[in-house]
Every structure is written in structure tokens, then in C-alpha cells.
Ligand binder design. Structure first.
Ligand SMILES: Nc1ncnc2c1ncn2[C@@H]1O[C@H](COP(=O)(O)OP(=O)(O)OP(=O)(O)O)[C@@H](O)[C@H]1O
Ligand SMILES: [Mg+2]
Length: 386
């Protein structure tokens, strides 16, 4: 059997008093002179004053000196019968410490509708305020770190290129026997120096390009050019390596019109894709196709190489992502090429995608507008939003 609970109905005034006293928010009332007229238990807890200590005193004892001008403005609005909703501000406790509050203040009217005072609900938002401040600080810190990183990368890669170009220049001079005869072994060693320095230069150029893109300052040029010639140039660049690996390298192109675009960036994207195709193909062929359709030039680089597992296809356009982790790498590279391609293609308003079957080969396809407008892209560095 359920015990019967006697239902006691308190007088309405007592009921209100009980509700107000059990509230987690401070509930306070004041008259239009700003004198405190009531004070609930949560107000005691939040501000540190008991009702006995504070009722009858001016509400300004709770207001920090630098915010005293808030009170007349609040009173002004209350006199007009307006409410102040979720006003976030700071007040002072009895012990002098500050507290972040959200205030909702409503006018109290007498029977004739005349405003005679105000009731105020104050919610403690110290935690939210602290989180907001921390986030804002972290955000500033991040922005600054991002700027420093980008500047550092830009300066470093620029500074690194100068001595590197001199290494390339002088090893070239020696390799061409301009400094005297070389033994076969010396030539072999020197070619390795030259090869590594060339590789390093590419790497530095990629980092420099990326830091420019990420610092948000990229010049997109627009000039008329015959894309078939650019494709031929790209093919010539990788031809020697392809031939050494016994790969066929062909362009299957219809008659392509002149297009308006950034030829240098078009070439750079092609070189990255062709470089990958040659690197990851051991037999068969690499085919470049291109056509103009719907205002875009759509170019593909297809290979008969090792292919890319389906679960890796999605991440390769992100920086430093490679199918083989660095622990068991057989192929040279940093994992920046595709990231750079995607950035460049997207900046110019195009798209890049891949289709691949492991063991059969891969096809990378990108589109670019054929009537590009020159502009400078200024992008904000990525930040966390508060
Ligand atoms: N044609 C391809 N066939 C097979 N795998 C490829 C092909 N192209 C790219 N990949 C895979 O995607 C990864 C990322 O390519 P990406 O060009 O970004 O970097 P990378 O070639 O390793 O280094 P980098 O281009 O910076 O010298 C490669 O490491 C490889 O695992
Ligand atoms: Mg690459």
C-alpha cells in the first residue's frame, strides 16, 4: 500500500517565496532609486551578502567602479517599461572579487501600470565567460603561431634555395668536365649529389608554394595559351625517367583550342601527376588525355601502375599522406604533391578526382576553367571558432 502523502497547499505568497528561494539564480528586486528591496538565497550564495546585510542598500555596491554608468542606462530603460534581457556583465561580491553574470531585469508595475521598481534575475556565467576568454586567447595564439609558421617556412625555403642552387650549379660544372677530367667513380658519386640536390630543390619549392597558398597570398595569372603545348612540355620533362623504366608515355589529344588560364599552374599540376604516374608504375603506359567541355578543360593522367587501395583514396589529397607509411617506404617523396595540386585546382575554380584499382592502375582527372580571370587570392589562415 502506498503511504498517503498529505497535500498541503501553502498560501500563494508563501509558495512564491519558496520558489524564489529554491532558485539557482539570484533573484533581487529594487526600487527606482536603485535601493535593494528583496534578496533570495541564491543571491546570498552568489554575492556573499545576507538579505539582512544588503536590503535597503543601493544596488551600486554590487557594481564595479568602471561599470557604474550601466545603472542609469538600465533604470532609463526600465522607466520606459522595457525589459533588459540576458545582459552579460560583471558584478562585485562582498569579498571584492568579480563575478560574470547574465542579467534579466524586468520592470515592476503597480496597479495603475506605473513602473515602481525592478526585479532582477542574475545567472552566474563565470564558467562560460572563462571558457570564452580561454578560447579567444587560444584562437589569438593559434593565429599568431600560424602566421609565424608560414613566415618561417617562406623565409627558410627561400634562404635554402640560394645555397642549393649553388650546389646544383657547381656540381653541374664539374659533371660537364669544365673543371677537368673525372673518373667514372667520381662521376657516379657526383651524379648522386646532383640528384639529391635536385630532389631537395623540388621539396623546398613545394613547401614554398604551400606556405604562399596557406598564408593566403596567391597570384593567379590569366593568359591565352595552347594547352596542347603545355602538355607536351610536361611530357618532355618526365620522358627520360619513363624511358629508363621502359614505360610508354603518350598524349591522346583532340585538337584543343587556346584557353585562358594560368599556364604555370597548369604545368605544375600536370608535372605532379605525371611524376606520380611514372614513380608508381613499373610496366605498361602512361596516357594523358584532355578535352574542353562545358567551359572547362578536363585533363587526365592515367597509368597502369600499382594503383591505390579504396580506403586510402580519400586521404591522399591531404598533406603528408602516402599509401605506404614512412616505416616501409619504397618510393621517394614527401606526400605534398597531391595536396598542392588540389589547392591549386580549387583556387582556380576546378576540381580534381581519382579512380584507381590496386594492381591495375590509377587515373587522376582535373578540371580548370578555360576563361580564368586573373586575381590575387587572399585567404585567412584557418582558426578555431569560438
Ligand atoms: N599514380 C599513382 N599511383 C599509385 N599511387 C599514387 C599515385 N599518385 C599518388 N599515389 C599515392 O599517393 C601518395 C601521395 O602522393 P603525393 O604526390 O601527394 O606525394 P608523394 O608523391 O609521395 O610525394 P611528393 O609528391 O611530395 O614528392 C603517394 O605517396 C602514393 O602513395
Ligand atoms: Mg608526388
Amino acid at each position: 500500500m502506498k503511504p498517503t502523502v498529505p497535500v498541503v497547499t501553502p498560501a500563494p505568497d508563501l509558495l512564491w517565496a519558496a520558489i524564489i528561494d529554491s532558485s539557482d539564480d539570484a533573484i533581487v528586486s529594487k526600487d527606482l532609486n536603485g535601493t535593494i528591496t528583496s534578496w533570495n538565497r541564491a543571491a546570498e550564495r552568489i554575492f556573499g551578502y545576507t538579505a539582512d546585510e544588503i536590503v535597503g542598500r543601493p544596488v551600486t555596491v554590487l557594481i564595479p567602479r568602471d561599470r557604474l554608468d550601466e545603472e542609469p542606462r538600465i533604470i532609463e530603460r526600465l522607466k520606459r517599461g522595457e525589459r533588459v534581457d540576458h545582459f552579460e556583465t560583471v558584478r562585485v561580491r562582498k569579498d571584492g572579487t568579480k563575478i560574470d553574470l547574465s542579467l534579466t531585469i524586468s520592470p515592476i508595475k503597480d496597479r495603475d501600470g506605473t513602473v515602481v521598481g525592478a526585479s532582477k534575475i542574475a545567472r552566474d556565467i563565470s564558467l562560460q565567460a572563462q571558457v570564452k576568454r580561454d578560447l579567444a586567447r587560444a584562437n589569438d595564439e593559434l593565429k599568431r603561431a600560424d602566421r609565424v609558421k608560414t613566415e618561417f617556412l617562406a623565409i627558410m625555403s627561400h634562404e635554402l634555395r640560394t645555397p642549393l642552387n649553388s650546389i646544383l650549379g657547381f656540381t653541374g660544372v664539374v659533371l660537364r668536365r669544365l673543371a677537368g677530367p673525372l673518373t667514372e667513380e667520381q662521376e657516379k658519386q657526383l651524379r648522386m649529389v646532383h640528384g639529391s640536390a635536385t630532389h631537395l630543390l623540388h621539396l623546398i619549392n613545394d613547401v614554398l608554394d604551400l606556405s604562399r597558398i596557406e598564408s593566403g597570398h596567391v597570384e593567379i595569372h590569366a593568359e591565352d595559351f595552347p594547352p596542347a603545348e603545355t602538355i607536351a612540355r610536361a611530357i618532355r620533362t618526365v620522358e627520360v625517367t619513363a624511358r629508363q623504366k621502359g614505360l610508354a608515355l603518350v598524349a591522346e589529344l583532340p585538337a584543343l583550342p587556346e584557353i585562358r588560364g594560368d599556364e604555370q599552374k597548369f604545368l605544375q599540376i600536370l608535372l605532379n601527376l605525371l611524376g606520380n604516374a611514372v614513380k608508381f608504375t613499373h610496366e605498361g603506359r602512361i596516357t594523358v588525355t584532355s578535352r574542353v567541355t562545358g567551359g572547362m578543360i578536363v585533363t587526365s593522367v592515367a597509368d597502369t601502375g600499382i594503383g591505390i587501395p579504396a580506403d586510402k583514396q580519400g586521404i591522399l589529397f591531404q598533406p603528408f599522406q602516402q599509401v605506404e607509411g614512412s616505416s616501409r617506404r619504397r618510393y621517394e617523396g614527401t606526400g605534398l604533391g597531391l595536396y598542392l595540386c588540389k589547392k591549386l585546382v580549387t583556387l582556380m575554380g576546378g576540381q580534381i578526382a581519382l579512380v584507381s584499382t590496386p594492381g591495375r592502375g590509377s587515373t587522376f582527372t582535373f578540371s580548370l576553367p578555360v576563361a580564368l580571370e586573373a586575381r590575387t587570392v587572399v585567404a585567412e589562415p584557418a582558426v578555431v571558432s569560438a
